[in-house]
Design a protein around this ligand. Structure first.
Ligand code: PLP
Length: 369
């Protein structure tokens, strides 16, 4: 037992539980628990990563210049409004550290990235949960919670684990309705998959206003989860604040090099998106036909609700029973529990044979007498 006392708030935090990656006695399980891209990164990104390995004795480029230029060129945004992080998670942490402290309130929409709560609690701030009754960030629920103490609002669009998005009109209504001294975080980690014309990842608001930050990641569609690299777009004044607390070499050289090539390889990007979106439709339809309640997703994962609840515990077709059934078949989904609606599992879109295996396994599960 130590006599040391952590900062207030830290003990309210539950340590992050990573998606399961192993199953006892199964050598090569189908891991569909963390929304990783099964097709991996662009071969050009891998080549850049390998080349970077020749210079591991050098510090990375602390200015992140090449990647910032590549992002600016690709999306037509202003270079001085960009910053890169060790995953978008780090950028979210930096924002919360910079703007939210004891006595402040941060409104976190129910299915915003779980780490928003963690970072805010660590800061000693008050976390106000805004429910998502229709499984998507709800502008009225958020607005009704804005007070004089509100410093920041965090939403994810698409959200996780539902995979639903806030429309352009609703995002604009949210931004129009909040004071300019409240920071709006639009976490668009899954934006790269979305093809719906009424979707808005927040890029234009982040480029043109003074209080919107859009965060993006290379961990999902670009298949670079392992190297940890993400980026944010926002007003130069916010960039200036983040630059004060950014550690000089927060983004490592292999990650910067790989991300530069990944973002330029639009053929690979399109191939991944097409694979995902083809399977998203097929899996959603076929899982729905099995009698599962499928939440319509625009991402690389699907949230499904099972017909029976876990209570009484002998329910045949509950999420808990399905979890065990899938694991026995060598497939790892993500139980959502506290981070989402009850009686659901989330499953990432995988390779062809992995998706077929999921359909077969859940087919057998749902058709069990
Ligand atoms: C909604 C959402 N936001 C942000 C992240 C963080 O991504 P990363 O830190 O890998 O960039 C994730 C990762 O799963 C996510 O689901």
């Amino acid at each position: 037992m130590t006599d040391l006392t952590p900062r207030p708030g830290i003990l309210k935090i539950q340590p992050y539980k990573q998606g399961k990656s192993e199953i006892d006695n199964i050598a090569d399980p189908i891991k569909l628990s963390s929304n990783e891209s099964p097709l991996g990164p662009s071969p050009k990104a891998i080549e850049a990563y390998m080349n970077a390995s020749k210079n591991l004795f050098r510090y990375p480029d602390g200015s992140q210049q090449q990647l910032i230029e590549a992002i600016a060129e690709r999306f037509g945004v202003t270079k001085s409004k960009l910053i890169c992080g060790n995953g978008s998670d780090e950028l979210i942490q930096m924002l919360i550290r910079a703007y939210v402290g004891p006595g402040d309130e941060i409104i976190v929409s129910e299915m915003a990235f779980a780490m928003c709560r963690v970072h805010a609690l660590a800061q000693g701030a008050e976390v106000i949960n805004a429910p998502e009754p229709t499984l998507v960030a709800d502008v009225d629920e958020i607005l009704s919670r804005v007070t004089e103490k509100t410093k920041m609002i965090a939403i994810a669009s698409p959200n996780n684990p539902a995979g639903k998005y806030v429309t352009r009109d609703e995002l604009k209504r949210l931004h129009d309705s909040i004071p300019d001294n409240v920071l709006l975080l639009v976490d668009s980690a899954y934006a790269d998959y979305v093809i719906n014309s009424d979707y808005d990842c927040g890029m234009e608001l982040a480029e043109t206003t003074s209080n919107v930050v859009m965060t993006r990641t290379f961990s999902k569609l670009y298949g670079l989860s392992a190297v940890r690299i993400g980026w944010a777009l926002c007003h130069e004044d916010i960039i200036g604040i983040l630059q004060r607390i950014r550690t000089p070499f927060n983004t490592n050289a292999p990650a910067l090099a790989a991300a530069c090539e990944a973002i330029k390889d639009t053929d690979h990007e399109e191939m991944v998106r097409n694979h995902n979106n083809k399977w998203l439709v097929k899996m959603s339809t076929e899982l729905g036909n099995l009698g599962l309640d499928i939440i319509p997703s625009v991402t690389n994962f699907i949230l499904m609700r099972f017909p029976d609840s876990d209570y009484p515990s002998n329910s045949a077709r509950s999420a808990k029973a399905a979890w065990e059934h899938l694991l026995a078949d060598g497939i790892i989904p993500r139980p959502v529990g506290a981070g989402g609606p009850d009686n659901c599992l989330r499953i990432t879109i995988g390779l062809d044979h992995e998706n077929e295996a999921v359909l077969k396994s859940l087919g057998a599960f749902m058709n069990k007498s």
